[in-house]
Design a protein around this ligand. Structure first.
Ligand code: FE2
Length: 378
């Protein structure tokens, strides 16, 4: 009922809470959940210990979960609720917010636009039970919205003028602050000066980047398949990939479905606890640490049992059938040269990471996932 136009956006608390518990599997595989309450209280206590745990977790799993007392679950819920109402608008309405001339780096990116880059070599080396749901490079069926917290040139959707900027900025800055704090603790944990990464991140093109996937519509398609076929068909919402930035901070999504790969190539389901933040390493962090921390591969899938539950529970309010993610991409400043930092420069793999300007590295990655046109000359 809410899909016909901008004016029919349903109000109210829409989203279905993810009922999965904190990830026990991921913890078993060496992923840490670090409580930053003591660190945030400001007396400096616990910084070194927290930094060591964050570094260890990122080295083993490419990811770490933190509890930051500044990140409140209610704020995440309010943000997810607004994003569900936004994505529930018609495609025509949402496309008014698309900026293809900016490589979709502001405003909305339509479904079936992004294509995960070719990681077939990595996938081929995985054991059969650790392969992603979709090993081929299909186009992702997810919508996305890019928002630069605090920037004046952002796209504000017409039907949301009263609430959009405040909600996006408030939540975006919360996740950004956590990402910055974790970056300073990580530097300590790696044995570097604590502002090593923060200095490079200041002024970076950080993005709040919620994704939206219509689980209700996917459920209708699955229903046509027949039960057995549908249950055997988990659907990739975001194909197997790594992130092109430094650290990605995930608040809790509405319906779960995130899987990550550990350093050993083990596929692990992850659910972010209420008020928690999952941070995953992007390739910029791999370059800066000369591979001591490696890019974190991941995929997002719609499990048939989740989709079936959504179809049952959201027949009346279609907005709550949208899976919304709660994500900030932390980026190194564009003019910064990416190369191994001093404490990692002696790593065996350091020569594999020749210096590259962050702006150039990002553009190459955008070309490979089809968000920027390829340079016909190179
Ligand atoms: Fe990602």
């Amino acid at each position: 009922m809410a899909r016909d136009g901008c004016a029919q956006v349903p109000e109210g608390p829409g989203h279905v809470k993810d009922r999965m518990q904190v990830e026990t599997t991921a913890t078993l595989r060496g992923m840490e959940c670090v409580d930053l309450t003591e660190v945030v209280s400001g007396d400096g206590a616990g910084r070194e210990q927290a930094g060591l745990r964050i570094a260890r977790s990122l080295e083993r799993c490419g990811a770490v979960v933190v509890q930051d007392p500044r990140v409140r679950a209610e704020l995440n819920d309010a943000y997810c609720d607004m994003m569900q109402r936004y994505f529930a608008q018609s495609a025509e309405c949402k496309m008014r917010d698309a900026r293809p001339e900016l490589n979709f780096q502001l405003g909305v990116t339509p479904e079936y636009t992004e294509r995960a880059r070719d990681n077939s070599e990595y996938i081929a080396a995985l054991s059969a039970e650790d392969r992603p749901v979709a090993a081929t490079r299909g186009l992702d069926p997810k919508w996305r919205f890019f928002w630069r917290p605090g920037a004046s040139d952002n796209v504000v959707p017409a039907a949301f003028e009263a609430e959009w900027r405040n909600t996006m900025d408030e939540w975006g800055f919360k996740l950004q602050d956590t990402m910055m704090l974790v970056s300073s603790l990580l530097a300590v944990g790696l044995g570097a000066e604590q502002d090593t990464f923060e200095r490079m991140l200041q002024g970076g093109p950080h993005l709040l980047a919620p994704t939206g996937s219509d689980l209700f519509e996917i459920g209708q398609k699955m229903a046509k398949l027949g039960k057995d076929e549908a249950l055997a068909s988990p659907l990739p919402l975001a194909g197997f990939h790594y992130d092109l930035n430094f650290l990605t901070a995930h608040g809790k999504s509405t319906h779960g479905g995130l899987y990550i790969w550990t350093r050993e190539g083990k596929r692990v389901p992850v659910s972010v606890p209420p008020g928690g933040v999952l941070l995953q390493a992007g390739i910029q962090l791999e370059i800066l640490t000369a591979g001591r921390i490696q890019r974190g591969y991941h995929e997002v899938i719609a499990l048939p049992e989740v989709v079936q539950r959504v179809v049952r529970e959201c027949a009346e309010n279609r907005a709550c059938g949208w899976r919304v993610s709660s994500t900030v991409f932390g980026h190194i400043r564009s003019d910064q040269v990416l190369e191994p930092i001093e404490v990692c420069a002696q790593e065996e793999a350091a020569s594999r990471y020749p210096p590259v300007q962050a702006a150039v590295q990002v553009l190459r990655e955008l070309e490979s996932i089809q968000l920027a046109p390829s340079d016909p000359v190179s």
